[in-house]
Design a protein around this ligand. Structure first.
Ligand SMILES: [Zn+2]
Length: 433
């Protein structure tokens, strides 16, 4: 069956299943004539689902069990909770097998192979999270070898490793792929070099969780070269807990491919929920086609993106690619009287040469005096080439705010019990007021 017909049929089956046994959509769609939803093109007939709707009652987004093997509970993962309380995503048996299938496709697209030795550098988290878990599952289904760094923290048992132990483990096991959050991957490679080790077999950095600018990618490649791996592909991806897999690039800059068009539809929409014309940014929406545990339809992921539905000019794949990512719906706030976009601030600091890691903090100049005025402090873990003046100039140019710069260590920026992703911006005013 051609892809288009497969997807239309999958959507019709999904709508029928949800109307019968999905507590949220059964209600939410009560005024919609569902017989008119014949295929993907009819999706705008269905209202958008926001993250707030989902997190308010995640249990209502789970299909009611019907005794079938497809809906048998397999596992649960939680969203990472950077903006709201972590919400559970239920995987049925069908969903779990679909995730394995998606991981095979992701590997095909990005060039990960069965003969790879993967170092899973995602942290162990107190709540189940899709990053650490699915990297192991990916290795299982690819037939690849995997070794887990086991950073992170357990509130109950001594089962995690400190940075020097992770570095030694990598040197001993000679991985070909380092898979993790870029800021942590960089810390580990730094530590390997500091301890006099090498990683001569690394050929790919599979990274997700943070935006990586070309300047950051170049820095990572340089660092790997210093660790004895001169030919490294930086394979970026765009993941979401609501998927339990990620969108990946076939070559750098080709856009993030939907690896499983038969199981997932992506779009960029305007304020009325209509797909925006090609080449225009819109709100990122996704629709599960076929999931049987937690199911989301026309779900706003909270990013602004451009989606291209044509074949990829590099690999010819169809199914939708995110060709431009404009970040999270941007967050602006007043610092020293200037309106500052925190995502711009973050990417500006990250791109300054000599900055290994960073965090920006806004606080009152005098903690006990609410009228003392704001202060922007950029905390930096430096490389040898670091210059505080360059940070000051770059931030001033990008935000019109002159920051103070504090030199610190990567460890103090992101203690091991920090969540999945480091917090790169902290507003202490809102925490003290
Ligand atoms: Zn491609």
């Amino acid at each position: 069956m051609p892809l288009r017909e497969t997807r239309d049929a999958a959507l019709r089956a999904t709508v029928a299943r949800l109307a019968a046994s999905h507590p949220f959509y059964r209600d939410f769609w009560s005024q919609v004539d569902l017989s008119r939803v014949r295929g993907i093109d009819d999706l705008p007939l269905l209202p958008l689902t926001t993250k707030a709707m989902f997190t308010a009652d995640p249990e209502a987004f789970r299909l009611e069990p019907d005794g079938s093997p497809e809906r048998q509970l397999w596992d649960v993962a939680y969203t990472s909770g950077s903006t709201s309380a972590p919400a559970p995503i239920y995987q049925s048996a069908y969903d779990f097998h679909a995730i394995l299938f998606a991981q095979v496709r992701m590997a095909e697209i990005r060039g990960m192979r069965g003969d790879d030795r993967i170092a899973n550098l995602y942290p162990l988290t107190p709540q189940p999270h899709g990053a650490w878990t699915r990297a192991n599952h990916a290795a299982a289904v690819l037939g690849a070898t995997v070794v887990c760094g086991m950073s992170g923290a357990s509130p109950w048992f001594d089962v995690t490793r400190r940075l020097p132990e992770v570095a030694d483990l990598l040197v001993a096991t000679r991985p070909t792929v380092l898979w993790g959050v870029p800021s942590y991957v960089r810390r580990v490679v730094d530590e390997v070099i500091r301890r006099g080790g090498t990683l001569p077999d690394v050929r790919m950095l599979a990274i997700s969780g943070e935006a990586v600018t070309p300047a950051m990618a170049a820095q990572l490649a340089e660092l790997l070269a210093a660790a004895g791996a001169p030919q490294v592909v930086i394979s970026n991806s765009l993941g979401a807990s609501e998927l339990q897999y990620g969108l990946v690039e076939c070559v750098a800059g080709a856009g993030f491919h939907n690896p499983v068009p038969e199981l997932l539809h992506l779009d960029a929409v305007d304020e009325d929920g209509l797909p925006v014309p090609p080449g225009s940014p819109g709100a990122f929406v996704m629709t599960h086609l076929g999931r049987q545990g937690t199911v989301l339809v026309r779900y706003l992921l909270g990013d602004r993106v451009e989606v291209d539905h044509g074949p990829c000019p590099h690999c010819g794949r169809l199914g939708g690619r995110v060709v431009a990512h404009h970040g999270r719906s941007s967050r602006s706030l007043k610092i020293k009287g200037q309106l500052v976009d925190t995502t711009v601030l973050e990417s500006t600091v990250a791109a300054v040469p000599g900055v290994a890691d960073h965090r920006s903090v806004v606080r009152l100049r005098d903690l006990h005096d609410p009228l003392s005025g704001d202060e922007l402090v950029v905390q930096v873990a430096p490389l040898p080439s670091f210059s505080a003046d360059r940070v000051v100039e770059a931030v001033k140019l990008a935000t019109r705010v002159t920051p103070a710069v504090e030199v610190t260590t990567a460890d103090s920026l992101f203690p091991p019990d920090e969540r999945m992703k480091p917090r790169r911006f902290v507003d202490e005013r809102s925490e003290s007021r």
